[in-house]
Ligand binder design. Structure first.
Ligand code: C5P
Length: 233
């Protein structure tokens, strides 16, 4: 496999072509942004942790029947993935109120949801990823009804698998964001699953072990990321 030119650079990742047109390489960076790029910084070693953690969780999900873009881990910061056409949707699943949901509904952070909540946002940096519902998705043709049904089915199944997996490691999965793409016309899980995209609280102390430490200047950011990966391995 020969790594070729970079075709995309995002806030936390770079994507490279390879000599196989169906295979890409994702490289995870230490750069951190929050509030749609307004807050910028570096979390040393984050790229390595997010790469390893995503690989570990993608493997777990594949074993449990969720198709993902993951092929194999290449080195500390890079993984090989399948080509996907990303659906312009951010899919958020919430088990406990935190972040924007707590604010929007006037709930105290930590309030348990009676059932998991699924939200869609339109993946569009210029608009600040506004929240949308299935009617918007249909009306502006962001995805077909069939694709949306698949996304919802996978998202809830992923939630069940991950809640259990983190619980065994004394971590509460508060909420997380997923992105899906189309590979050979089929919906598969793409992007990453890491402390950048999940809220993870220690089950005993509720200590935040995720990007909220960076967003809210809570300190011990690197340590929290390392703590999570350490518990998963
Ligand atoms: O900010 P909010 O409470 O809506 O975030 C919900 C979840 O989605 C959090 O786990 C957050 O890390 C994740 N998220 C993300 N990327 C975004 C927005 C939210 O990973 N652009």
């Amino acid at each position: 496999m020969v790594k070729k030119e970079m075709i995309y650079e995002g806030k936390a990742k770079k994507v490279f072509k390879t000599d196989d047109e169906k295979v890409y390489i994702i490289q995870y960076k230490d750069d951190a942004t929050a509030f749609n790029g307004v807050k910028k910084g570096t979390i040393l070693g984050k790229g390595v942790i997010n790469n390893k953690m995503s690989a570990l969780l993608f493997k777990l999900l594949e074993e449990k029947g969720i198709p993902t873009h993951f092929i194999e881990l290449l080195n500390d910061r890079e993984m090989m993935v399948k080509d996907v056409k990303i659906l312009p949707l951010e899919v958020i699943v919430r088990n406990v109120a935190a972040g924007s949901l707590a604010k929007r509904l006037g709930l105290e952070e930590g309030t348990l949801m009676k059932t998991p909540v699924l939200e869609f946002c339109y993946k569009n940096d210029d608009l600040g990823d506004p929240m949308i519902n299935e009617y918007h998705i249909r009306a502006i043709e962001l995805a077909t009804d069939e694709q949306v049904e698949k996304v919802k089915e996978y998202a809830f199944k992923i939630n069940d698998i991950l809640v259990e997996f983190f619980k065994e490691r004394n971590i509460k999965l508060i909420d997380f964001k997923l992105e899906f793409g189309l590979h050979d016309g089929e919906v598969i899980l793409a992007d990453e699953i890491s402390p950048d995209t999940c809220r993870l609280w220690d089950a005993d102390t509720n200590k935040k072990l995720d990007k909220d430490r960076f967003r809210r200047d809570l300190g011990d950011v690197e340590e929290a990321y390392e703590e999570v990966l350490g518990r998963l391995q």
